[in-house]
Ligand binder design. Structure first.
Ligand code: ZN
Length: 258
């Protein structure tokens, strides 16, 4: 048996999966009972048990999206995104289209730009209902929203990873003072360039990219940052000597409390 497609039927949010039996006949298997809430640009799907989390995300996402569009002077346009709040790892695998082999326990959010679909696991799926974990997951989704908006000005793969991840981390509020060291920060040259996501992650890219992008915008402003993002100007000319160290110091001065 294999799933060949997913088709949401009707407005009620019941989801069916097209399945094939051993003879090759296609039949519809009822997937799960999903509820649905719509904003102008998002169809939010969730299970009743995840309602509280869904409502929080629902209350934030449209305004956040419009805000980011405004920042980059992009009109929100016609795009409508599906947002699946997945109540189990199994559903996360299903709605992201991943295989069981691809799935890793740390994966909590996913964006499929072509399908215009965002997925996030619910706190319930992870067995962690604490407020801080809920907030963490919400930021994961806001991070993805930044990606979908910036994707409209340039495909992220044409951009250095620290730039495309940095703006998402920064605008989603994911930088953490605790993780930022004045001594042990990574050099941008070690953050994987345009391709090496592993080098980026392994060398602390996620912890520092938001700070580096914030500092870049402090130095040159949002407009210049957008032209960097579009690849219109050479980054090397803009990275002042000891950029990383200066960025860390400036960030700690601005946002630290001592
Ligand atoms: Zn990202």
């Amino acid at each position: 048996m294999e799933a060949v497609s997913l088709s949401p039927l009707g407005g009620g949010g019941c989801h069916y999966k097209e399945m094939k039996n051993s003879k090759g006949d296609i039949y519809m298997e009822k997937r799960s009972e999903l509820l649905n809430l719509d904003t102008t640009h998002f169809h939010v799907f969730y299970e009743e048990a995840d309602k509280n989390f869904a409502m929080k995300l629902f209350g934030l996402i449209e305004e956040f999206y419009l805000n980011i569009c405004q920042k980059i002077h992009s009109s929100p346009g016609e795009n409508v995104y599906e947002l699946y709040i997945c109540g189990s790892a199994e559903n996360f695998i299903f709605y992201t289209g991943k295989t069981k082999e691809d799935y890793q326990d740390w994966m909590v959010g996913n964006t499929d730009m072509d399908k215009k679909r965002l997925c996030v696991v619910s706190p319930r799926a992870k067995g962690n209902l604490s407020e801080s974990y809920e907030e963490y997951l919400i930021k994961v989704m806001l991070h993805e929203v930044v990606h979908i908006v910036f994707d409209s000005i340039c495909r992220p793969e044409e951009c250095e990873i620290w730039i495309s991840e940095g703006i998402a981390v920064w605008l989603a509020g994911q930088t953490k003072m605790d993780y930022i060291s004045e001594k042990d920060y990574p050099r941008i040259a070690d953050l994987g360039g345009k391709e090496d996501m592993y080098a980026f992650a392994d060398n602390g890219g996620y912890d520092y990219c938001g700070v580096y992008v914030w500092y870049l915008m402090e130095l040159y402003g949002m407009e210049k940052f957008l032209s960097i993002y579009r690849g219109e100007c050479a980054l090397e000319d803009l990275l002042v000597e000891n950029f990383e160290h200066r960025a860390v110091i400036a960030y700690r001065t601005q946002y630290g409390n001592g």
